[in-house]
Design a protein around this ligand. Structure first.
Ligand code: PEP
Ligand code: MN
Length: 263
């Protein structure tokens, strides 16, 4: 179902009115975790002004340590929904547990399956039964063929709306958090009609590299860019060190728009 051979035309995924694919860019921005209310409204106002068209924030966080902040749960979902409604922007949030699919789908416009769950086949099957578009991130040790098979799990349940995301893969080099596989973009586009966006935040883990990698992703043909933004990275509950400040996001969003106009 995912293959380009079977469906030569590029799919356009509609996320509550925002289109991704076929020349439409998904500009996803927001903090790693949903945090306190004022902060969420502040960040959302700024990224919306800068041109983001989907707001993100994790209410259920897949953390390496069980003692690290795990997310606000349902309270976070409610807050995210409120922000989305206030600014008229669709929201995407991660789903980590098949038992929460209905709950998360009630609040979010798009369901994110994170890198760590790319091959959680029970979860993929459950999100495949919903009507919500899915943002499926490439596992950090997954091949492109693996990613496409995971998409197949969702599609085969009757949900045709999958957006893929290249977010970096494991490498031997600690210079960056992961290795940004920019070539994955045209490789994936050759193999599937589904859109693919890039996530330079998780791919590099370094704010200084996000602008270059965002533009590189677009130059490679990506259907969108996912960037984490926080107004006070030192206070962030997760992924602070890789967050862009709102004004930095504004700058790169402007440059991405200029590049998109050229392409
Ligand atoms: C995230 O989006 O905050 C996240 C945990 O991403 P990934 O699954 O790509 O690590
Ligand atoms: Mn994150």
């Amino acid at each position: 179902l995912a293959s380009r051979e079977a469906h030569p035309e590029s799919s356009v995924i509609d996320v509550s009115g925002v289109k991704i694919g076929g020349g439409n860019l998904g500009m996803i921005a927001g903090p790693c975790s949903v945090e306190d209310r004022d902060r969420m409204f502040r960040i959302a106002e700024s990224v919306c002004e800068s041109g983001a068209n989907i707001f993100r924030g994790g209410a259920y966080k897949p953390r390496t340590s069980p003692y690290a902040f795990q997310g606000l749960g349902e309270a976070g979902l409610k807050l995210l929904r409120e922000v989305g409604d206030k600014f008229g922007i669709p929201v995407v949030t991660e789903i980590t547990d098949p038992r929460n699919v209905e709950l998360v789908a009630e609040y979010a416009d798009m369901l994110q399956v994170g890198a760590r769950n790319m091959q959680n086949f029970v979860l993929l099957t459950e999100v495949g039964k919903t009507q919500r578009p899915v943002l499926l991130k490439r596992g950090m040790s997954a091949t492109i063929a693996d990613l496409l098979m995971s998409a197949e799990y969702v599609l085969s349940q009757g949900n045709p709306d999958v957006v893929l995301c290249e977010r970096g893969i494991k490498s031997f080099d600690p210079s960056t958090r992961n290795l940004f596989d920019v070539a994955a973009v045209p490789v994936v586009q050759g193999l599937t009609h589904l859109p693919i966006i890039v996530d330079p935040s998780h791919a590099t883990g370094r704010p200084d590299l996000i602008p270059a990698c965002s533009l590189a992703g677009l130059a490679a043909g990506a259907d969108g860019v996912h960037i984490e933004v926080h107004d006070c990275p030192e206070e962030a509950k997760s992924d602070g060190p890789q967050a862009l400040l709102p004004e930095q996001y504004k700058d790169i969003a402007h440059r991405m728009q200029l590049m998109a106009d050229l392409l």
